[in-house]
Write a protein that binds this ligand. Sequence first.
Ligand code: TYM
Length: 340
Amino acid sequence: MKTILTGIRVNGELTLGNYLGALLPMTRLANQHSQDSKINIFIPDLHTIISDIDGNLQTNLIKSIKYYLASGLELNDNIHIYRQSFVPAHSELTWLLNCFATMGEVSRMIQYKEKGEGKDSANVGIFDYPVLMAADILLYDANYIPVGEDQFQHLELTRDIAIRINNRFDQEIFTIPAKTTDQAKFMGVDDGIRIRSLTNPEKKMSKSDISEHSKIMLSDDPEAAAKKIMSATTDSIGKIQFDMFNQPGISNLLQIESLITNQPLQIVISRWAGETNYGDLKNQVATSVKTFLTDFQTKVNDITDQKVLEVLEKGEIYANQIANAKLHQVQVALGLRKNA
Ligand code: TYM
């Protein structure tokens, strides 16, 4: 049985980028594969505390599980949902992997370069973040990890560390996750998904962006969200076509329309080929976003906290069993435990 695994941090509210790039693909893959694969969805609460400790973690955490359920995730016995910090093996394995990850490779991670490099006040968690992510994945022998394109470098690092440890001990301790090109194919996209900022489409849509107009939050008023689409930055080329390099704003709108209405990108591109009125495209995408948010928020409000807690507690019993067994296997290989 293959294992498909993913996590989304819960610093504040989630954006439409988190939803379309990670949450929705995971739900679709889970529904498609949960008869013959194990599906692990977890909340990386330990990753969350590297920044913004604002006292809202519990609220955001519960809400993010509601988002999965509202996105159409059909629960069954192969789907496991859990909190990272409720499975202590994640922290323990991180330390062990730290001793096999090099300063050089971890310093090359783009997210670290952007957020921590050269800053004396940056916490060590920002640096070690990808090693904890590797532990999250390797504990469960995960094959596929549906994430947005910005996380692909961390997946490559995970593969490198796993291959290094397997080679060092001449054993298949860890399953090597699929290459990122195969991850993208598995998600049904040519490349990873990167939803762009609405004000600066060169950049990804990010929850930490200070400009409210740059991002659509899943809790946004649907009407206000539609207005953000209407004022999205485009270009002066005057042709509707998919060209991320020269027309990132227009391409972003086509991408959002395709994902949110569940139509292949090629179909959406063909529908708009030859058209020149950017206002028409914006109107269409604004309507799709508004319809989506209205329906989605109603579903979220219908799910109780109690339901979420039941799902988590069940998932954590399972996750601890699997993770502890893998941790023990690594401890034995390293000589920290006798083989018993
Ligand atoms: P995080 O919380 O930064 O982002 C969560 C997911 O959302 C995707 N994403 C986007 N996708 C498309 N367009 C965007 N604009 C956009 N913004 C964010 C991210 O790629 C990600 O998939 N390190 C992970 C969390 C994590 C994890 C893991 C994931 C921790 N351990 C193990 C998978 C497996 C993260 O920071 O995601």
